[in-house]
Design a binder for this molecule. Sequence first.
Ligand SMILES: O=C(O)CCC(=O)C(=O)O
Ligand SMILES: [Fe+2]
Length: 372
Amino acid sequence: MSEKPGKTDLPASVSMEAGVKGLVDADITEVPPIFHYPSYTLSNNRPSNISGLNLAVPIIDLGGINDTSARNDLVSKIKDAAENWGFFQVINHGVPLTVLEEIKNGVRKFHEEDPEVKKLYSPTVSNKRFVYTNSFEDPYQSSPMNWRDSFSCFIAPDPPNPEEIPLACRDAVIDYSKHVMELGGLLFQLLSEALSLDSEFLEKMDCLKGLFMLCHYYPPCPQPDLTLGISKHTDNSFLTLLLQDQIGGLQVLHHDYWVDITPVPGAFVVNIGDFMQLITNDKFSSVEHRVRTNRDGPRISVACFFSSSLSPNPTVYGPIKELLSDEDPAKYKGITIPEYTAGYLASGYDGKSHLSKFKLKKKRERIKCVAD
Ligand SMILES: O=C(O)CCC(=O)C(=O)O
Ligand SMILES: [Fe+2]
């Protein structure tokens, strides 16, 4: 966790309460130094040894899901993407386009409310399951700061009362999260099949039990080469479903090169989170990603994390026994989701893998874990 910035770090005309959006509304023409990233973290030199690789995140069509041979084909594409990219996009997923438009509009509407309205949901005032955190108030904010404002909403296992969600996005959040739970159920089936496990395996492990929504608003940035919307990180989830608008900026690290995840109209970006990498014993990869800023905007995105997050949950997750063998012993020790999440949040988006802290180092430790 980094030290919080003070008002003195900002131009005098700017109120911290109004978030990054407030800076842009105040017509700043230069990005304040607290948002500056060292230039080496922003550069992206294409390594010569990857020139032959296809550098596009796979796009997978879920349309043929009910046909056995098409399903086998898409399960093998998902397996390949989950192993080699940690990311893929899905199209023909069954979520109506109107639902996608409504949630993007709802997120934008809330972020464009008067700061006085948003203040009612700030972490210092709100103990509700809907929290508005602009970069200046986020206790887990990285240093340098991110060029974005966000709100979060806990959806499952304990859904919020509708009154806890602001009117600007209430119906959209409720409707959208139902569709995300449904699509998540299908994706966990396909991922189970991709691991040669029973279709219901991951759902039976309660991977679908928790859902946490994080809705971002990235204001246009006057100097996009100086800062980031979100610094490099992996997700603290089993799986993340992300909806992005057409502005672009999301990048995934692939063979040490930042690859753009080009917006595809109506698609979801799906990515493997740390907990999935842990339970699959590194078969699937939780891969680092980040968001570049843009002169255009605002950019809206909605990230839905399948994780029960900090909610009390005594289940200890370790590598799935069915995936282990003498040749492939457990690589991780078990941990509960709230314990993992607390550590992940405390280390902030610092770009270091939290998962690696749970890796079993010695062969003897691994063998002992399998015997347990
Ligand atoms: O806004 C995006 O495209 C990505 C957001 C993200 O990576 C996150 O919330 O973890
Ligand atoms: Fe992320």
